[in-house]
Design a protein. Structure first.
Length: 289
């Protein structure tokens, strides 16, 4: 569990850096073009790392179909998430994204044969209550932008569950290599519709996005090798207070009491999920198939 937590810290830092880069490019460079460049940078770096390691077998896979499905869905989720970053406050985007654990728990239970324990359910409920406290549901929350982010969350849940399945047989570098390989031509085709050459500053942020995307997914894949998908994604709740501080520091977004209370509830849920042992009698509850 400690190793998984450390890998998740790396993922949280990477996702925060990526969010900053996306916000800086929002409205300046087409989202499809940013996703294309992210894949180009990622493919170059990962191919170089694999080649230098001498383990060329990591370029091969026996599960191309699952890689394809995972990355088509993940691309759709990334597109929605990138759009949301430019349309909503950072903390709200991340809060809405944190419906992912609910979908991931259900998908992992149905397709990965994971147990949905009472402890996990309670931890996820605490996190979801934290999200409700932060976004304060009302007439203004269910907007077009919010629905885009919620759709991205469902796509990410499918991608997370697919990553868990792939991590059982594939090296994290192989997963990342095929992520870039599959998503690159998709991003290229759509970006050609509205192509523009980036400026020097925009190239900097594109590079930040490309590198942080790699480290985020590498850390997530490593975390999923040491813990169940539902545990990893529940720990991902810590990303909300992290990105809230980014919003305060860089974009003058308010740090509201509701945000701090919600973040505390999420933290309690994470601590419960990480440190409270399961009992030996009936602590397991599966959803029906």
């Amino acid at each position: 569990m400690i190793k998984s937590a450390l890998w998740m810290i790396g993922a949280l830092t990477s996702f925060s850096l990526m969010a900053i880069g996306v916000r800086e490019l929002s409205g300046l460079i087409d989202t499809f073009q940013v996703l294309f460049f992210r894949s180009v940078i990622g493919l170059f770096v990962i191919a170089l790392v694999i080649a230098c390691s001498g383990k060329v077998e990591r370029f091969r896979t026996d599960r191309p179909g699952l890689h394809g499905i995972r990355n088509i869905v993940h691309f759709a989720g990334s597109y929605g998430w990138f759009l949301g970053i430019g349309l909503l406050p950072l903390a709200e985007v991340f809060a809405l994204e944190f419906t992912v654990p609910l979908w991931t728990a259900l998908i992992a239970c149905l397709f990965l044969n994971e147990q949905l324990t009472v402890r996990k359910v309670f931890a996820i409920i605490l996190g979801m209550v934290g999200v409700v406290v932060i976004v304060q549901p009302g007439s203004g929350v269910i907007s077009h932008s919010s629905l885009i982010v919620l759709g991205a969350a469902i796509c990410y849940a499918v991608a997370h569950s697919s990553t868990k399945s792939l991590a059982a047989t594939e090296h994290p570098l192989t997963i990342l290599f095929y992520m870039c390989l599959v998503q690159l031509p998709i991003g290229l085709c759509f970006s050609l519709l509205n192509w523009q050459n980036p400026t020097d500053v925009q190239w900097f942020w594109i590079t930040v996005i490309g590198i942080s995307a790699l480290t985020a997914h590498f850390c997530m894949a490593k975390a999923m090798q040491t813990a169940e998908a539902t545990v990893v994604v529940t720990m991902d709740f810590l990303r909300l207070p992290a990105i809230a501080m980014v919003g305060v520091a860089f974009y003058a977004e308010p740090l509201e009491i509701a945000l701090m209370v919600g973040a505390l509830l999420m933290l309690l849920g994470n601590l419960l999920n990480m440190y409270v042992p399961e009992n030996k009698h009936g602590d397991v509850a599966r959803t029906s198939r």
